[in-house]
Design a protein around this ligand. Sequence first.
Ligand SMILES: [Fe+2]
Ligand SMILES: [Fe+2]
Length: 148
Amino acid sequence: MAVNPRDRIIDTYRAEHRDLRDNLLALIEAFKARDKRKIRPLIKAVDEAGGPHMRCEEEAIYPALDKYYMDNQLEHLLTEHDLIIATLRKLYQLIERGPLSDDDARVAELHIRCVLTHVTDCDGALLLVELLSDRKAGRMTLTTVRTV
Ligand SMILES: [Fe+2]
Ligand SMILES: [Fe+2]
C-alpha cells in the first residue's frame, strides 16, 4: 500500500474503479443472458460500492481538482452521478417487472455502458490527482468518509 496520502488516494480510487468496471461488465453479460439471479447481486454490488465512492468524489476529489476543470465540467461529472443513481433505479425496476425481454437487455446494456464511461472518465481524473501537493492531498484524506 502506498505511503503518501496522494498515492493512497489514487490506489484506493483506482481499485474501486476496477471493481466497478468488473461488476458493470459482468452485469452487461448477466443482462444479455437475462439471468436475474446474477443480475440482482451485481446491481446491489454496484449500488453499495458506488454510493460511498461517488459521495467521496463529490466531497473531496472533484473540489480538490477545481483548478483543472471548468465549473460546467464539474457540474457534468455531478450530473453523471445523478444519472448513475437513476440508472440503478431503472435496472432494479426492470428486474422487478417480470421476465426480461431482448429489448430490456439492450436498454440495460446501453445504460450500463454509459455508467462504465463515467467510471473510465473518473479514473482519468486520477491523472490530475497526481498533480496535487502533499498538503492538499493530506487535507483531502480528512474530508473523505472512508479511511484512505
Ligand atoms: Fe469514480
Ligand atoms: Fe465519479
